[in-house]
Design a protein. Structure first.
Length: 72
């Protein structure tokens, strides 16, 4: 812990945690339900495992890639 230089009760220095700044992006999402074939489900699961992300994230990336290629 780091000293702040501000005295607390009884004249003792107040100890605080160091400040940490995070850059956070908040996305507004929409839940969607869909039916996948067994091969589609297996493909998404294997891609998610390979990339270390969730199946939902793989699906978002596929949609984003499709949109970028279509608008290029």
């Amino acid at each position: 812990m780091a000293r702040t230089g501000v005295e607390g009760m009884g004249g003792q220095p107040t100890l605080t945690s160091p400040s940490v700044v995070h850059n956070v992006t908040i996305m507004q999402g929409h839940r969607q339900s869909l039916t996948l074939t067994q091969p589609q489900r297996e493909f998404l699961a294997s891609e998610a495992a390979r990339l270390g992300v969730t199946v939902s994230e793989v699906m978002r990336r596929i949609v984003d890639q499709y949109r970028e290629e279509r608008n290029a």
